[in-house]
Ligand binder design. Structure first.
Ligand code: NAD
Length: 265
């Protein structure tokens, strides 16, 4: 199986012009691919990640694409990080239109009974708790902007149940729960909340392939389209659509961008 994508165009260069979007976990992987797609579609971007070495390189790459980009190193295990990230975006750009909660700390798969409280708390603090706090911090600014779009991240590991991912899978399902609740509460403010469940060729996916090649190959074989997704062209293009004005009546949804994999069991 390859990650070859056909050559159908995926950029809409004006579609996010003027919009300010925060992308967490954007120094590498899916988040960096999303940031590239949003940059190509005209968004102004606040990048944030714990990876202090990789973040400037990501910022430079996106600036070279012509995007207006600002970045903040932050550790989402710190509950104060959410407020600092949102403040940095609003302080720098003067507004906020979108929030992409992509980051999570992912530990190698381990049997359910071998996972510690610390493993569970790491997934929870960087996953649903950070998503919850960032959404709370962003809310008044999205209201002030007249509405906005939040894209959160789930995983088939939680939605379908993947052996070895007790902490991570439960964290990802908590994110889907809080996303649906916020969509109900904030719909009247014009704030949409959707969840993307990807399968894409990130550094995280490459690490999983190294650690557990059999499980990774089984996941690959379960993809009807017989290829792994591209972080920018497959996942980033969907996130662009969800952040833009072509999806203004779409909220409270979970969307698998996984080549047909991810049908609920
Ligand atoms: N790649 C896939 O196939 C796949 C499958 C299902 C779900 N997902 C979801 O997509 C998203 C991105 O996954 P990925 O594959 O790119 O993972 P990844 O591990 O490659 O990237 C995760 C990012 O989060 C950052 N991060 C980790 N801990 C952090 C912390 N404490 N503070 C701030 N940032 C931190 C990392 O530095 C990294 O940039 C995640 O939400 C993941 O659950 C990915």
């Amino acid at each position: 199986m390859s990650n070859e994508r056909n050559s159908v165009p995926y950029t809409h260069p004006q579609s996010l012009t003027g919009k300010v979007v925060i992308v967490t976990g954007s120094a590498r992987g899916v988040g960096r691919g999303i940031a590239r797609a949003l940059a190509r579609n005209g968004a102004r971007l606040l990048l944030t990640d714990i990876l202090a070495d990789a973040l400037p390189e990501a910022q430079q790459e996106l600036s070279d694409l012509g995007a207006d980009v600002h970045s903040v190193v932050a550790d989402l295990r710190d509950p104060d990080a959410a407020g600092q990230i949102v403040h940095a975006a609003v302080d720098h750009f003067g507004r906020l239109d979108g929030l992409v909660n992509n980051a999570i700390a992912i530990k190698p798969p381990a049997p359910f009974t071998a996972q510690s409280v610390e493993d569970f708390e790491l997934a929870s603090s960087t996953g649903p708790r950070a998503t919850f706090l960032l959404m709370q911090a962003a809310h008044p600014h999205l209201v002030a902007a007249g509405g906005g779009s939040i894209v959160n991240f789930g995983s088939g590991a939680g939605a379908s149940g993947e052996a070895g991912f007790a902490s991570y899978g439960s964290a990802k399902e908590a994110i889907r729960g809080l996303s649906r609740v916020a969509a109900m509460e904030w719909g009247g403010d014009g704030i949409r909340v959707n969840v993307v469940l990807p399968f894409a060729n990130s550094e995280g996916a490459q690490q999983w392939e190294k650690i557990d090649p059999a499980a990774f190959q089984a996941a690959m074989q379960s993809v009807p389209m017989k290829r792994i997704g591209d972080t920018e062209k497959d996942v980033g293009s969907l996130v662009s659509f969800l952040l833009g004005d072509d999806s203004t009546y779409l909220t409270a949804q979970s969307i698998h961008v996984a080549g047909g994999a991810g049908v609920y069991r």
